[in-house]
Write a protein that binds this ligand. Structure first.
Ligand code: PMP
Length: 388
């Protein structure tokens, strides 16, 4: 879809992107200055595989402040994004045929990465049609092959933040059963309506070397620094050691310039996160307002992230077809819910401008909703809806 959108844009079409997983902000000034200072030294070499000590120190401080957990440098590994961390973690933990429970709706890469290491994704979809997982359903899916459960809250694509009682239950369950609980916390500070995301460590009495809770984080979403490619894991040292071996043999380390940028972001002014969070909250509100004025769409209000996942089944049960149709007719990029294990839904990103959110939804409404006016201006062109 991205490729098609790019080609349309190249042809000069006024494409609106509601598919993006990155905001429009500039990188934080402290990140820019810190990486520029490093670059200016001209001393750009390999770093220790696990990451430069000063960045790992900043991550340890971040973990203490946000998770109330004191960890050692040996519990931290820095990689080129949460994505690389996750892959190395799955590669480290899983033997072929072992199972990982993935909660739908899920981020597209989880099942793919699990399959790439010859393990088996076991998808658990809430039977009540909501986006909130239930412990009974998860417990039913657990077998003697279950090695890990991945939890992503606030969630990409639904924007939902799981309730603290659920996090407490799943932590307790995983610790009792010896199943790894992989917390993909990449959006954990981007939450709205005065809510805060809870630290999973709050619900375990096990220390950092014995817990089965593993957390993944990064600067991509938190600071809108997707292109800087820095993510990290907090895990027991025996796991970090193996992940470090995997990294040593595959990429050696991530760039020192980017590690310096991450350190700058983590130790610099944190008001940038609040500015981004407020922008996203405002954008979320605008998107909700527009979606509520749309006949037949049902929507769960997101608690955080960049996304929401409205139910478009009133218009089409085939989200890939619908997403293609919207790109061709209305020049709006959306992501089919099928990719996230939620057929009939579309993921819409509000990590864009208010203008694009309003115009994008107006176009979708025009293309789908028979109650909408049947003509619209897209760029310079006046278009007439001549389909049902
Ligand atoms: N986890 C989730 C849930 C994500 O949405 C993303 C980015 N789309 C990632 C991980 C990967 O983040 P990074 O840029 O740090 O690799």
């Amino acid at each position: 879809m991205n490729e098609q959108a790019r080609l349309l844009r190249e042809r000069g079409e006024a494409v609106i992107h509601l598919g993006a997983g990155e905001p429009k902000n500039r990188a934080p000034i402290n990140a820019i200055l810190s990486s520029a200072a490093r670059l200016n030294t001209g001393d750009i070499k390999y770093t220790p595989t696990e990451g430069i000590p000063s960045l790992r120190k900043a991550i340890i401080r971040y973990t203490e402040e946000n998770y109330d957990r004191i960890v050692a440098p040996e519990n931290v590994l820095v990689s080129a994004g949460a994505k690389q961390i996750l892959f190395q973690l799955l590669f480290t933990l899983l033997n072929p045929q072992e199972e990982v429970i993935v909660l739908a709706p899920y981020w597209v890469s989880y099942p793919e990465m699990i399959k790439m290491v010859y393990a088996v994704p076991v998808i658990v979809t809430p039977e009540d049609g909501s986006f909130h997982p239930r412990m009974e359903e998860i417990e039913k899916a657990v077998s003697s092959y279950t090695k890990a459960i991945i939890v992503n809250s606030p969630n990409n694509p639904s924007g939902l933040m799981y309730r603290p009682d659920f996090i407490a239950s799943i932590v307790e369950f995983c610790e009792r059963k010896g199943i790894y609980l992989i917390m993909d916390d990449i959006y954990h500070k981007l939450v709205f309506d005065g809510k805060v995301s809870v630290s999973p460590y709050k619900y375990t009495s096990k220390d950092v070397e014995n817990t089965h809770v593993i957390s993944i984080n990064g600067i991509s979403k938190l600071y809108g620094m997707t292109g800087f490619r820095i993510g990290w894991v907090i895990a027991p040292r025996k796991i970090v050691q193996v992940m470090t071996n995997v990294q040593a043999q595959t990429s050696s380390c991530t760039s020192v310039i980017l590690q310096a940028a991450a350190e700058g972001a983590l130790t610099g002014l944190q008001s940038v996160v609040e500015t981004l969070r407020l922008t996203l909250e405002n954008n979320r509100n605008v998107m909700m307002q527009e979606l509520h004025a749309f006949s037949g769409i049902s929507i769960t209000k997101p608690d955080g992230t960049y996304y929401c996942l409205p139910d478009f089944r009133a218009y089409s049960k085939d989200s890939v077809k619908l997403s293609n149709f919207l790109l061709q007719k209305a020049l709006v990029v959306t992501v089919p819910g099928k990719e996230f294990g939620m057929e009939g839904h579309l993921r819409l990103s509000y990590a864009t401008t208010v203008k694009d959110i309003k115009e994008g939804l107006e176009r979708i409404k025009w293309a789908l909703d028979p109650n909408a006016p049947n003509d619209i201006y897209i760029g310079e062109r006046k278009l007439i809806r001549d389909w049902q």
